[in-house]
Design a protein around this ligand. Structure first.
Ligand code: PBG
Length: 340
């Protein structure tokens, strides 16, 4: 049986109608750009597996931040590549460390125009490349590691980070970081928990970018097993109970079911991280002529928002802002109005 009024195509007829009834939009302020800042570089260096993405110097990062602020991007998240690594990753909490210096410099450049997120983890800083310190068996020692994450968070907050983002998937890391921040008086510093972070092959290019591939073994003993949806809900809930302010799912595209369920279950803002391998995949597909880059990036990022992500960490943040700005009557105008 059909009804004469069942004609959904009526609202698809023109661009104006489609725009009116669009349920999901991408806006510049929902995007966070991941950045790599490397110590001891004389000039920025492009990454072979991520064309268009660079290891930045503090100066080149400042320039990029100014551009990002101008475009209305929500913020940056910093990953440090230190000159020296050791067994405990001690340069991660050095007040003169690369991320701490970059945070201070960026704050001076952009003021409050951009949110500054700092990744809180040890793999970029340890000589063995694992996300924590090792015990005598060569396994990551959870409880010693989360104490160090607390120290890192305090130094990043003091250097000016608005949001601390722990990515190591240690048990109790959010609680340990919250206590450390509160004890140091940084009660206003927020925590974005990488709650459901899966042991994914899509982190491949990041490991070149951050020079942090594990020297032995893998990360399956701490990151989540990709088949597990219910366990992801448990991880998200634990982080909420430990005091996380925002929750995140990572990677994005292969885990949109997790994003949707997280959004339906929890009241906190939900983010997703469209990771390095997703960037590489879209770039490579476009280069091979399989699709147009802009269309593929817009469609895939819209799907993350439609799945329920309030915000997206993506290496395409600046490209998306540029494309939105080129669309007539786009959400870009609305985004700018809303910022004022
Ligand atoms: C670990 C960390 C990783 C990413 C973000 N934080 C790598 C890993 O877990 O191996 C990956 C991000 C990306 O692939 O873009 N500190």
């Amino acid at each position: 049986m059909s009804f004469p009024e069942d004609r959904p195509r009526r609202l698809r007829r023109t661009a104006q109608l489609r725009r009116l009834v669009r349920e999901t939009r991408l806006c510049p302020q929902d995007l966070i750009l991941p950045c790599f800042v490397a110590e001891g570089l004389s000039e920025r260096r492009e990454l072979s597996t991520m064309p268009g993405i660079f290891q930045e110097t503090v100066d080149s990062l400042r320039e990029m931040a100014a551009r990002a602020a101008e475009q209305g991007v929500g913020g940056l998240i910093l990953f440090g590549v230190p000159a020296r690594k050791d067994a405990t990753g001690s340069s991660a909490w050095d007040e003169r460390g690369i991320v701490q210096r970059a945070l201070t410099s960026l704050r001076a450049e952009v003021g409050d125009q951009l949110l500054l997120f700092a990744d809180d983890c040890l793999d970029e800083y340890t000589d063995h490349g694992h996300c924590g310190v090792l015990d005598e068996r060569g396994e990551v020692d959870n409880d010693v590691t989360i104490e160090l994450y607390g120290r890192i968070a305090v130094s990043q907050a003091q250097a000016g980070a608005d949001v601390i983002a722990p990515s190591g998937m240690m048990d109790g890391q959010v609680g340990a970081i919250r206590s450390a921040l509160d004890e140091a008086g940084s009660t206003d510093t927020a925590i974005l928990a990488y709650s459901a972070k899966f042991a994914s092959c899509f982190y491949g290019p990041f490991r070149e970018a951050a020079e942090c591939a594990p020297q032995f073994g893998d990360r399956k003993g701490y990151q989540m097993d990709p088949p597990n949806r219910r366990e992801a809900m448990r991880e998200l809930e634990l982080d909420l109970l430990e005091g996380a302010d925002m929750l995140m799912v990572k990677p994005a595209l292969s885990y949109l079911d997790i994003v949707r369920e997280a959004k339906d279950r929890f009241e906190l803002p939900i983010g997703c991280f469209s990771v390095s391998g997703e960037y590489a995949m879209l770039k490579a597909g476009a280069r091979a002529g399989a699709f147009d880059l802009r269309s593929a990036v817009m469609e895939s990022h819209l799907s993350m928002r439609r799945a329920g992500a309030d915000f997206i960490l993506t290496y395409f943040a600046l490209d998306i802002c540029r494309w939105l700005g080129e669309e007539v009557g786009s959400s870009y105008d609305i985004a700018h109005e809303r910022l004022e």
